[in-house]
Design a protein around this ligand. Structure first.
Ligand SMILES: C[S@@+](CC[C@H](N)C(=O)[O-])C[C@H]1O[C@@H](n2cnc3c(N)ncnc32)[C@H](O)[C@@H]1O
Length: 252
C-alpha cells in the first residue's frame, strides 16, 4: 500500500481502515491528495460546498465529506440506477457507517444532463462550490455538460477534479477537457494525479489562473516525494505531475 496521507485525521483514518473495502473506482492515492487540498482550503479560509457527480457507493464522496468545515455541506449527484436500483441505499448506508451525518449532505438522484446550473445553485443554498469531483458518464458530451454545469458555481479559488483522464479505455475524454480550457482561458490544468492501476486511473486537477501557483506550492510542499520532475507539458505552461512511483527512463 502506498504510504500517503491527507493530514486530515478523519480522512486519513477512513483511507487507512475503510476506503479500499468500499466498492468504487477512484484511487486512494488521488483521494489522499484531494483530501489534503480540501483540508488546506479550509485552513486558507476557502469556504463553500463539496460536490461529486457520480457518487456510486460513496468511496470518494465520503473521503471528501469527512473534510467538510463547520456549516458546509456536500452534494452527491448520481442516477443511482447502475448496476442495480440498490446503489443509492448502499451509498446512504456507507455514509452513515463512516460518520457522514444525514444533515451534512444531500443525495440527489438525477441525471446531470437533465439539470441546470440554476437547479444546482438552489440545492447548494446559493453557496459556491470549493471542490468538485466529476466522475459520471465517460463520454465527451457528458463531461462537457458536467464541466459547464459546475463552472459558473465554482468558488473563485475552487478546484475541479476529473476522474479517468488519460484512461486507456476512454481516450476521447481528455479532448472535452482541452475544449473546456479553450472556452475558459481563465482555467488551467494544475496537476495530473497519475494512476494506481486500470481501475484507479489518473485524475486532472483544474483551477483558475489566480490559484495555479498557490495550489502548486501546496501540492509540492506536501507530496514532493511523488513528483515526476519533468511535469506535464501544456505547451504554454507546465502542470504538476504526482505519481505513486516516480522515476525517469534511463537514457544512458
Ligand atoms: C465510475 S462510477 C463513480 C465512482 C465513484 N466516484 C468512485 O470514486 O468510486 C460512475 C457513476 O456515475 C453515475 N452516472 C453516470 N452518468 C451520470 C449522469 N449523467 N448523471 C448522474 N450520474 C451519472 C453512474 O450511475 C455511476 O454510479
Amino acid at each position: 500500500m502506498i504510504d500517503i496521507a491527507s493530514g486530515h485525521p478523519a480522512i486519513d483514518r477512513f483511507l487507512a481502515e475503510s476506503y479500499e473495502r468500499l466498492r468504487g473506482m477512484s484511487s486512494r492515492f488521488a483521494a489522499a491528495i484531494s483530501g489534503h487540498l480540501i483540508r488546506r482550503q479550509s485552513e486558507l479560509g476557502i469556504s463553500g460546498e463539496l460536490v461529486e457527480i457520480g457518487t456510486f457507493e460513496g468511496r470518494f464522496f465520503i473521503a471528501m465529506a469527512l473534510g467538510l468545515a463547520p456549516g458546509e455541506k456536500a452534494v452527491g449527484i448520481d442516477r443511482f440506477d447502475w448496476p442495480n436500483a440498490g446503489v443509492e441505499g448502499r451509498f446512504l448506508a456507507n455514509c452513515a457507517a463512516h460518520g457522514i451525518a444525514r444533515e451534512r449532505f444531500l443525495s440527489w438522484k438525477v441525471d446531470s444532463r437533465e439539470i441546470t446550473s440554476g437547479d444546482l445553485r438552489d440545492r447548494l443554498g446559493h453557496k459556491p462550490i470549493r471542490f468538485v469531483h466529476i466522475d459520471s458518464h465517460h463520454t465527451r458530451e457528458c463531461l462537457r455538460n458536467d464541466l459547464e454545469l459546475v463552472h459558473p458555481l465554482l468558488h473563485r479559488d475552487g478546484m475541479i477534479c476529473l476522474d479517468d483522464m488519460l484512461h486507456p479505455g476512454y481516450p476521447m475524454m481528455a479532448s472535452a477537457v482541452f475544449d473546456y480550457l479553450n472556452r475558459h482561458p481563465e482555467m488551467r490544468l494544475a496537476c495530473v494525479i497519475d494512476r494506481e492501476d486500470i481501475v484507479a486511473a489518473p485524475k486532472f486537477l483544474i483551477c483558475r489562473n489566480n490559484m495555479f501557483e498557490r495550489y502548486r506550492e501546496e501540492l509540492l510542499g506536501a507530496f514532493a516525494r511523488f513528483h515526476f520532475v519533468l511535469n506535464a507539458d501544456m505547451e504554454s505552461y507546465f502542470a504538476l505531475v504526482l505519481t505513486p512511483y516516480p522515476r525517469l527512463a534511463e537514457v544512458e
